[in-house]
Write a protein that binds this ligand. Structure first.
Ligand code: ACM
Length: 502
């Protein structure tokens, strides 16, 4: 029987002996943070957490020497030991232990097993768009909790877009005073206070997740114009934007009026006005002071309202502003061909699993500069795409609808010719929120496809492990349904997977 482990560990050996049996006398020993994490998971899954009994122990310990984020787990009849090379590794070992737990009659058992595990890539992210629809601090914290169970370690927050600005900044107070009240479809907007943002950052850190804030520029900037009209150009309205807005019955964007539609690519900051760069310096400077992680994301996607040369000039200057703050800039792949991009800039590829329209050239340019890529193939791991068989949620523009199998069936090391593992910082599964209004919407769109993304980021390459096949993933993910339900995750019960019920 396959163990319900997702992402697949580097090495799993099922042992022949009797399983470890949880009893009311089971002891949790070792690292108190890891014990608290395990107690919460056991309480959710089994209804109770071990008290300080005198029985066989689950020992959770830090043992230096292994690779970053790695852990080892051994279970037999007498004991369970999880040793992490660092606190993150121990946390991930505890997540694996929660996945191993299963019912045996009235008991809960951990099968006899030995697991040695370490991530393939250091960056394993999810992105949440809080601009199209605003999502509260509590919603973001819940998404962090649930994504972390799959060993994902970065939360990219898309904090600004045409429909709204979502972060309070003292240097530019009008952004939230005037630019935050709207959202797609006339829904309520909102924003994070500085304390709210810090609360998200701290909660993420407690789950070993980095926060990567994105302020999208120079396009996707209509909401900035509500606050600082002198910084933005008039909307550029292509035939495509006019036709698609008409088809959806939406108003066209108009400067000074909150935008509630879902068109993209019409807005631009003024490229030849120094005030724009003063603005970027204020915004990224204040953000740098509130963000302990190394990355600040400057956007750079779909700047269709900005001429190409102006775009190149802009992303080069803004990447320099971020690098001068001591942070690592991240930009969507469009920025790759800009000649003077700060050479540390990480590129984020959002083209298709089979690249089109030269998107792979733009991504390769980051690598030629000596920088790395985050891979987010849109027709595989854009979690906001509709399911073929799902609820009435999600979009379809990225070759959608997107099945769980399509989310699984791609391999990072062969996605872009000339881009090898060393060139890849990691993977990230974005969730844009045009249709996602609630935590339930987010989770239904994300789970189970987020598990496929997690496996691409953590597990051995396709072909390097017998576990890295769709059939194996399908069987392992099936066993996670009961754990996800007990954690309150409202996953889509996709018919592609034969979900276990217990
Ligand atoms: C994107 O999907 N515009 C990055």
């Amino acid at each position: 029987m396959s163990l319900a482990l997702v992402p697949a560990p580097s090495s799993v050996e099922q042992l022949s002996g009797a399983p470890f049996r949880l009893t009311e006398n089971t002891r949790l020993t070792g690292d108190p943070d890891a014990a608290a994490t395990l107690s919460a998971l056991l309480r959710a899954r089994t209804g109770s957490a071990p008290a300080d009994g005198g029985g066989p122990a689950i020992d959770l310990r830090l043992e230096s020497g292994g690779a970053a984020e790695s852990y080892r787990l051994t279970a037999d009849e007498a004991s369970v030991t999880v040793s992490g090379a660092d606190a993150a590794g121990l946390f991930y070992g505890v997540q694996t232990l929660a996945q191993l737990l299963r019912r045996d009659g009235d008991d809960w058992i951990v099968p006899a097993v030995r697991i040695d595990d370490a991530p393939r890539f250091p960056y394993r992210g999810v992105m949440l768009d809080v601009a199209r629809h605003f999502h509260s601090v509590e919603t973001v914290k819940a998404y962090i909790d649930h994504a972390a169970t799959l060993k994902l370690n970065a939360l990219h927050l898309h904090l600004s877009d045409d429909q709204g600005w979502r972060l309070q900044l003292h240097s530019r107070p009008k952004l939230t005073e005037l630019g935050s009240s709207s959202a797609v479809g006339g829904d309520a907007g909102g924003f994070y206070t500085k304390d709210g943002y810090r609360e998200i950052v701290a909660h993420a850190a407690s789950r070993h997740m980095l926060v990567v804030p994105e302020i999208d520029m120079p396009g996707h900037t209509h909401a900035i114009g509500l606050a600082y009209p002198e910084l933005v150009e008039e909307p550029v309205l292509s035939d495509l934007i006019r036709d698609s807005a008409a088809a959806r019955g939406e108003d066209l964007p108009e400067n000074g009026v909150p935008y509630q539609g879902i068109a993209v690519g019409f807005s631009s900051l003024r490229i030849y006005d120094e005030a724009t760069y003063d603005f970027a310096a204020d915004v990224f400077g204040e953000l740098a002071g509130m963000t302990p992680g190394p990355y600040l994301h400057l956007g750079g996607d779909e700047a269709l309202g900005t001429p190409d040369d102006d775009f190149a000039l802009f992303v080069s200057r803004v990447s320099g502003i971020i690098a001068d703050l001591g942070k690592t800039p991240v930009a969507w792949h469009e920025a790759g061909l800009a000649p003077d991009l700060a050479d540390t800039t990480v590129g984020q590829y959002w083209g298709y699993a089979t690249p089109t329209d030269g998107m792979d050239d733009k991504a390769r340019a980051f690598v030629r500069n000596g920088a790395q890529l985050i891979l987010s193939p849109a027709d595989a791991i854009y979690l906001d795409m509709a399911y073929p068989d799902g609820p009435d949620l999600g979009l379809t523009w990225a070759n959608g609808p997107t099945s769980v199998r399509r989310a699984y069936d791609w391999e990072p090391g062969s996605l872009i010719d000339g881009v090898d593992d060393d060139d890849i910082l990691g993977i990230e599964a974005p969730l844009w929120s045009e249709t996602a209004r609630t935590l339930a919407d987010i989770e239904t769109l994300a789970f189970p496809r987020i598990a496929a993304a997690a496996e691409a980021g953590w597990s051995p390459a396709t072909g390097a492990s017998e576990l890295r096949t769709w059939e194996s993933f399908r069987a392992r993910a099936a066993g996670l349904g009961p754990l996800w339900s007990s954690l309150g995750i409202r996953f889509h019960p996709s018919p592609e997977i034969d979900w276990a019920t217990e």
